[in-house]
Design a protein around this ligand. Sequence first.
Ligand SMILES: [Zn+2]
Length: 344
Amino acid sequence: MFSKLVGNRNIKKTLRHLVENGRVPNSLLFAGPDGVGKRQFALELARSFVCTSKDEVEACGVCAACRRAEVFVFPTSEKGEDYDRVFFSEHPDVGSVIPFRRNVRINAIRDLEKEANFRPYEADARFFIVDDAEKMADPAANALLKTLEEPAATSYIFLITSRADSLLPTIRSRCQILRFAPIEVHEIEKYLVGERAFTPAEAALAARLARGSIGRAISIDVDEFKAVRTQLIEVVRSAIATGDIATMLKASDSMADPKKKEAFEPALEILESLIHDVWTIAIGGAPSRMVNQDVGPELADLAEQCQPSDLARWLTDIQTLRENLAVNINRRVATDGLFASMAA
Ligand SMILES: [Zn+2]
């Protein structure tokens, strides 16, 4: 049921309308940021066709066809050839093509082309979801274009992308585009409490950190986040108030720990959000714009002692550091440099 999906209410409305009037186009492009549920929407649309006990518009979500249509087993192999085909769910009319590393392989698209010409097995139509469609190189995209131009009446192709601009214009122009928006904080919060057993306090924090993405919200470890944040609040406090260099160097050590490489950029983001929040308070911005509302009083205390122009400079420094990460800088040296500049 579309109502089970989180956010993007207007897209639900559009889809219901298309289904109700029998006007679902054979090719649809689900475009928008990562983690907002584009694939779930596409799958739900397919289910509204294959469901064997649907009401006028919506899939029931519980019949055998509905349940089978959402069960996919994708390969985890490191061999490209293993990705050269359509992977069908347990429903033989609902399939998906996925990329291998950075590419949706042309042979996978050729298999899709072949399958899209077959009559449906069980349902009245067949559905093909192409994940990360922007990962089709031109030959694959051109192969798909042929299928989009001459679609079998009973085949539907749903392209999923977070980078619609990277698709060939000829592909885009063949598809009706559904543009997904980031999901609102309160909707993510509700979902985390209702469906993922987050406590209200955890959900409130994770939802604000998620920047509109359910996927990101789910992956946040709130306890781990708080531990790192506590240390970084001390960094900001040292820079603004106490001038405690030792604390900053200790934080730099733990941030740039080579054993926790993947934690470096998230930590940088947390530091950025803290500085931004202090700045927001200092300039009298709306508290609702703060990410770290749960430590608001602590940050307000720092805001009273800071120079907003310093904070703006630190944010620029962080941005520069992040750009330099691309050229493989020494994280430890760079972080020491950043903290030294903040303490100056
Ligand atoms: Zn059903």
